[in-house]
Design a protein around this ligand. Structure first.
Ligand SMILES: O=C(O)[C@H](O)C(=O)CO
Ligand SMILES: [Mg+2]
Length: 263
């Protein structure tokens, strides 16, 4: 059975972020992931990990101005300096948190730009990031995100991501395969896993129910079948639980929704 990581940016909304580590550990998680840790000192987060016996398995590099609608900078013209500063900041956090991988978001394709013309810049930025990360023993992940939730995002399909990983050719550049996004954009999840896992290019997997992005047992995907397939395919990484608990911020709502979690 795969190892599961609680995504603290989405789970446990009933708690302040810094208190979610304890809540996840109390529910039996041994690993966590989240989006952006930068509002808090890395040392404070590391102390939470240590206090609750948790491993950090993923977080995101700075995405640009999230509140202004930016969703990454790696494909954006003229943002190279900020992109590089962000990668360095992420690698500093990764060192303090002993986190082996970071998700580098691509960005929303500007309306006056042609996506294909941005590809060389995107790949060059990924190559630079992967080189910096390799020196720190960290993997860089790119994630196809569905175009319903994130219109205009640079990367939306698994084959796009795998072609970019192959083109860049860095051993530590991998794909973050979010089955929620993959189901929305492409479906055929079992065959997608059978096709892509044996390549060794999948660096992390995430799950959520489709279409509401609630618990994995709330929606159209047969996750028990896919968990068994992950074992059959020899996946030894973590599965990130990146969903919004159906009970929302109700006290105990996240824990009450964990009936799907294999124990
Ligand atoms: O939303 C997701 O699925 C991604 O994992 C992310 O990191 C930012 O949106
Ligand atoms: Mg995801």
């Amino acid at each position: 059975m795969p190892q599961f990581a609680a995504n603290l940016s989405m789970l446990y909304p009933e708690h302040a972020f810094i208190d979610r580590f304890a809540a996840a550990a109390a529910d039996g998680f041994s690993a966590v992931e989240f989006l952006f840790p930068y509002a808090l000192p890395a040392a404070d987060l590391a102390a939470q990990l240590q206090a609750h016996g948790l491993r950090q398995v993923l977080f995101n590099a700075p995405p640009g101005d999230w509140e202004a609608g930016e969703r990454g900078m790696a494909c954006l013209p003229g943002r190279e300096a900020e992109f590089r500063d962000g990668i360095q900041r992420a690698l500093d956090y990764a060192q303090t948190l002993a986190c082996p991988r970071i998700h580098v978001m691509a960005g929303i394709v500007p309306t006056d730009q042609d996506r294909d013309k941005l590809l060389p810049r995107y790949e060059a930025n990924l190559a630079w990031a992967a080189e910096q990360a390799a020196a720190a023993g960290v993997d860089v992940l790119i994630e196809p995100i569905n175009s319903r939730d994130m219109p205009g995002y640079f990367l939306s399909r698994q084959d796009q991501a795998h072609a970019i990983v192959q083109a860049v050719g860095a051993a530590n550049l991998k794909v973050q395969m979010d089955l929620y996004h993959c189901q929305i954009m492409e479906g055929d999840l079992a065959m997608q896993l059978r096709r892509h896992l044996p390549t060794g290019r999948v660096g992390h997997i995430q799950i959520a129910g489709v279409p509401e992005r609630h618990e994995p047992d709330q929606g159209e995907i047969n996750y028990p079948y896919l968990f068994a397939l992950l074992d059959t395919l020899g996946y030894t990484g973590h599965v990130g639980c990146e969903y919004r608990p159906r009970r929302g911020a109700v006290a105990g709502g996240t824990s009450a929704g964990l009936g799907w979690l294999p124990r």
